[in-house]
Design a protein around this ligand. Structure first.
Ligand SMILES: Nc1ncnc2c1ncn2[C@@H]1O[C@H](COP(=O)(O)OP(=O)(O)O)[C@@H](O)[C@H]1O
Ligand SMILES: Nc1ccn([C@H]2C[C@H](O)[C@@H](COP(=O)(O)OP(=O)(O)O)O2)c(=O)n1
Length: 231
């Protein structure tokens, strides 16, 4: 019979939330890779369902039409942090979900309650299936999706730092326009009724404005290791 002494350690669940450009994806991927955990980018799932709506001619301004179609696309996320994948009905959508068109529509689609309940179920089932544990990043992971997570982190950074990071990625993008677009998306994500972007009461807040990515990764790895040691 298995005893507590030789039982496998319980899977560790880490929730990382925060607005755009705070470093959630880069930090989560690196922490998961370093600790041998799975990794789930929940923003990619909301982008994937948005991509499907756009491709199937659903009117993004019509929440009832979005709700009626919410169950249709088959969204599959690969959770290896060294090569995360995302497919819709078997098609690799890793690139098309990052277009400006999808980015400008994702907040409207992800505000629809039927979309959220569908994607939330998917996220919970992926987290349950992660044997060693998982780092899940998004907007409502610590508050709604995985409220019993072992560790919750809320990343922040000034709008200026976030815009500079994002426009560095989108070669040649105007920093001011990027900043305005980020602020608009944050306001939509924080202001929606169902499961808005929010810091959980028991989340550790890390302001990354003055930190390098490596410093943020080290900070989160240390927090996970402390949690594991205390368990
Ligand atoms: N602390 C940091 N300092 C400088 N650049 C960073 C930092 N954290 C992330 N970045 C860079 O900023 C960009 C956005 O990071 P990302 O992880 O995609 O943020 P999010 O997932 O929160 O939107 C990436 O190019 C990333 O390399
Ligand atoms: N848990 C989540 C994750 C993302 N979303 C929505 C809101 C976000 O603006 C979009 C896109 O998320 P994503 O993490 O890809 O955004 P950025 O990497 O910050 O550009 O999805 C959400 O509503 N809930």
């Amino acid at each position: 019979m298995e005893t507590a002494a030789n039982a496998a350690p319980a899977a560790v669940i880490v929730a990382i939330d925060g607005p755009s450009g705070t470093g959630k994806s880069s930090t989560s991927k690196a922490v998961a890779a370093q600790l041998g955990l799975s990794y789930l980018d929940t923003g990619a799932q909301y982008r994937a369902i948005t991509w499907w709506m756009v491709n199937n001619g659903i009117d993004i301004a019509d929440p009832a039409a979005i709700a009626a179609a919410a169950e249709k696309p088959d969204i599959v996320s690969g959770t290896d942090p060294s090569g995360p994948t995302i497919t819709v009905d078997g098609t690799d959508v890793a690139a098309p979900i990052r277009t400006q068109e999808v980015t400008s529509k994702v907040s409207a689609v992800s505000a629809v309650p039927e979309v959220r309940s569908r994607i939330t179920e998917l996220q919970r089932s992926i987290a349950r299936g992660a044997e060693v544990g998982i780092v899940v990043e998004g907007r409502d992971i610590g508050t709604t999706v995985l409220p019993d997570a072992d560790l919750k982190i809320f990343l922040t950074a000034s709008p200026e730092a976030r815009a500079a990071r994002r426009s560095g990625e989108l070669k040649g993008a105007d920093v001011n326009a990027t900043r305005e677009a980020l602020i608009k998306r944050d306001a939509a994500d924080s202001g929606r009724k169902t499961s808005p972007l929010a810091k959980a009461g028991d989340a550790v807040e890390v302001d990354t404005t003055e930190l390098t990515l490596q410093q943020v990764i080290e900070c989160v790895v240390t927090l996970v290791e402390e949690k594991r040691a205390a368990a």
